[in-house]
Design a protein around this ligand. Structure first.
Ligand code: PEP
Length: 252
């Protein structure tokens, strides 16, 4: 059975003390939660990864990065490599977030390289895809998402693809308070699963966790997660408040 996952993307938020307190609060509130119900991944800013990994050690929580370089090592000032993440016991990395595509010019080609490098270093990519509002209004949202997935992921072997988590994040829903309706999200998730099945077969598609992201919060998570192809969420704003994040984790 595929994994249910709730991942928190903290983006560029929190001081060191606040970050530490937030992780401790989340750990305290999910103490005793059956980890089969939901796998929890916290993705703090890179400078807090070491602290986060230490706090999460021997708990059911996994730690993820928000970005990494496509290069393995060398003269790339300011960058963080997959080997560095692996050496710190970081297990996941968000790749292809729309903010990175938009503000840092990450193309499908760069993302394909990042995904490969992550997998070669035993880091599970949480690969984000999703259309802009104008693309949805123009009726090309399925084409956009399909090409993002094909371009960045479809050179992977079946074995490599099995380690990838997909996050469908319509750009118009990220940080806007406008959530995709459960029907819109389910429809896209089902479509994505079909795209994966056509390339890697039904068994692989059925095992792929596809998360929804975009103003998912403590109030609407249950309704979204109730859909057969929605396997959890990638949570931005609501992951910064322990009580809200834990309510989302408990929404299956
Ligand atoms: C995100 O940025 O991944 C996200 C889903 O943000 P928010 O939940 O704040 O819309």
């Amino acid at each position: 059975m595929r994994k249910k996952i709730v991942a928190g993307n903290w983006k560029m938020n929190k001081s060191f003390e606040q970050a530490e307190a937030l992780i401790c609060d989340i750990l305290e509130e999910i103490d005793g939660l059956d980890s089969r119900l939901a796998n929890v991944v916290i993705c703090p800013p890179a400078v807090y990864l070491e602290m986060a990994v230490d706090l999460a050690r021997e708990t059911s929580i996994s730690i993820g990065a928000q970005n990494m370089s496509q290069f393995t090592s060398g003269a790339y000032t300011g960058e963080i490599s997959a080997t560095m993440l692996q050496s710190m016991d970081v297990q996941y990395c968000i790749l292809g977030h729309s903010e990175r595509r938009q503000y840092f010019n990450e193309t499908d080609e760069i993302l394909a390289a990042k995904v490969k490098t992550a997998l070669e270093n035993v880091i599970k990519p949480i690969f984000c895809c999703g259309e802009a509002l104008a693309q949805r209004e123009a009726g090309v949202h399925f084409d956009v998402v399909k090409s993002q997935i094909e371009n960045a992921l479809f050179t992977l072997t079946e074995e490599q693809f099995a380690e990838v988590v997909i996050a469908y994040e319509p750009i118009w829903a990220i940080g806007t308070g406008v959530t995709a309706s459960p029907q819109q999200a389910q429809e896209m998730h089902e479509f994505i699963r079909g795209v994966i099945a056509a390339k890697y077969g039904i068994a692989v598609a059925e095992e792929t966790s596809i998360l929804y992201g975009g103003s998912c919060n403590a109030k609407n998570a249950k309704e979204l997660f109730a859909n057969p192809d929605i396997d959890g969420g990638l949570i931005g704003g609501a992951s910064l408040v322990a009580a809200d994040f834990v309510t989302i984790i408990k929404s299956f």
